[in-house]
Design a protein around this ligand. Structure first.
Ligand code: CTP
Length: 473
């Protein structure tokens, strides 16, 4: 089969590479994700991998020199690869190789090989396709493992015996699941078995690399596809046991609770229909993690998960630390949403008093809309009248909050009286009284005792200051 590259926007580049390789007496092929995505008519990747039967570093240098002698080439001698950037593309060249892997490492020892050797050692047949750039068969697809058929059948299959492919490089287990989730492919039966068998080897993969794949799963259209596969293969239990701990339904005195793991997957899918924000999707994933450690059956009450949001938000920190995820604002955002996840709905039960609404507005601040997106996604009941009731309740809370927001403007609360002004009022030096008075002002506003207004706040501070023995200046 010949792939017509005449309309390809990189045709000129491919021709140039072809000529340089010929001059150097080397063969050259495009391989990997670029070929896969081209055949699947997906958006063309900006990373292009080239394989040569010969020296990849020499070819990269020769090609870059031909394009522009000042281009900077990065060389990775140990891997026999070299790459450079050109025209918004990352071009990587590698010499075809045979590889063997040590038991305890993902780092292969490398020997030179033929194109077929190189294709064999790749992860999936759909990633082992090559397009020749050589003059005699320019554009020919070289597909020794029927990758094109697997694309049609939407199947992930390894070129070699699956156990070997996964054991060689256990990151591929995560890649299989990631491709299944992002491309909506099935992992072939033997592959799935091999992943289950080799699952413990995921431990030699760095957490950073696992998370790169995991976040791609989280950003796929229906993340539950990948999450279910992670659960089914046992990877999820090794990487995020806090989630698998949510699995199962218990029954005491005929009372059950929902399976919080499957519920969580539904919430993640629901939220993914409304947001591409990775961290909001993470908040959905973790919103119930506090439920496993807080679960209790209480006589007369049934199943309770008292304080699960608070504990869950604390667990987020340890989890992010262990998973090597960013510990700054993204983590704090997830913590905040987990902590607040039940608040809007709890308002229905406890009554939508203005002060409760103001407190929620104050606590959620600029993330209130995201919290609402999470709450909507959290409605997973299949009972349509219950669903309608929850939605209606929820809309009521949202409306009430809007009213309070317009009236009191506590969303991005700025104290109406500053520390300096308080110091001036009582002729004070900086000290703990200022903090105490400011906190009292905030509380009084949230409770509705005074308006969010400078004059009222000033009078309130004068009164409260005098109550604690301060003397007006
Ligand atoms: N590859 C592999 N095993 C890995 C990583 C990569 O066999 N653990 C091979 C595959 O042939 C893959 C190619 O190297 O197609 C390039 O890898 P990479 O750029 O990481 O992934 P892509 O397949 O290009 O896919 P994506 O860009 O979606 O990550």
């Amino acid at each position: 089969m010949n792939i017509n590259l005449a309309q390809n926007k990189n045709l000129k580049l491919f021709k140039l590479i072809s000529e340089v390789a010929e001059k150097n007496n080397q063969t050259v092929f495009i391989v990997g994700g670029y070929v896969r995505d081209l055949l699947m008519k997906r958006k063309a990747p900006t990373d292009i991998d080239f394989v040569t039967e010969g020296n990849g570093i020499d070819l990269a240098k020769a090609v870059s020199k031909e394009i522009n002698p000042t281009l900077k080439v990065s060389v990775f001698k140990n891997y026999g690869t070299a790459m450079f950037k050109f025209d918004g593309l990352d071009l990587e060249f590698v010499g075809a190789r045979k590889e063997s892997y040590a038991e305890d490492s993902r780092k292969p020892s490398v020997e030179t090989g033929t194109l077929e050797d190189d294709q064999k050692r790749r992860d999936f047949t759909i990633n082992a396709l090559a397009i020749s750039l050589n003059k005699e068969n320019f554009g020919d697809l070289i597909d020794p493992f029927d990758g094109i058929l697997d694309i049609k059948k939407r199947i992930l299959r390894t070129p070699l015996e699956p156990s070997q492919t996964y054991s060689d490089d256990p990151l591929r287990m995560m890649r299989a699941i990631r491709f299944a989730s992002t491309l909506n492919f099935k992992i072939e039966e033997n592959s799935l078995k091999a992943i289950k068998k080799e699952v413990e080897r995921i431990k030699i993969v760095s957490m950073e690399r696992i998370m790169v794949e995991f976040n791609k799963i989280m950003l796929s259209e229906k993340p539950s596809v990948g999450l279910k596969l992670m659960e089914q293969t046992g990877i999820l239990h090794l990487v995020i046991p806090e989630l698998t701990a949510l699995k199962g339904i218990e029954e005491v005195e005929g009372q059950t609770h929902k399976d919080n793991f499957w519920h969580t997957l539904e919430v993640v899918d629901n939220i993914s229909e409304n947001t591409d924000n990775l961290w909001l999707r993470w908040a959905a994933l973790l919103h119930d993690i506090g439920k496993a450690p807080t679960k209790k059956f209480v006589e007369g009450l049934g199943w309770t998960f008292h304080g699960h949001e608070f504990l869950g938000s604390k667990m987020v920190k340890n989890l992010f630390y262990r998973l090597k995820l960013p510990l700054g604002t993204d983590m704090k955002y997830v913590q905040k949403l987990v902590k607040l996840s039940s608040r809007p709905i709890a308002l229905i039960d406890d009554g939508t008093s203005d002060s409760a609404l103001r407190r929620l507005l104050f606590d959620a601040g600029e993330d209130l809309e995201d919290l609402f997106i999470l709450n909507k996604a959290d409605i997973t009941t299949k009972n349509s009248s219950k669903q309608a009731k929850f939605k209606k309740n929820f809309e009521y809370v949202a409306l009430k909050i809007k009213e309070v927001e317009e009236k009191d403007q506590v969303r991005n609360f700025q104290p109406p009286i500053s520390g300096e002004e308080i110091m001036e009022l009582f002729n004070l030096k900086p000290g703990r009284e200022i903090g105490i008075l400011k906190e009292k002002v905030k509380e009084a506003i949230l409770e509705g005792e005074i308006a969010n207004d400078k004059e009222e706040a000033r009078n309130f501070v004068i009164k409260e200051g005098q109550n604690i023995g301060l003397i007006l200046a």
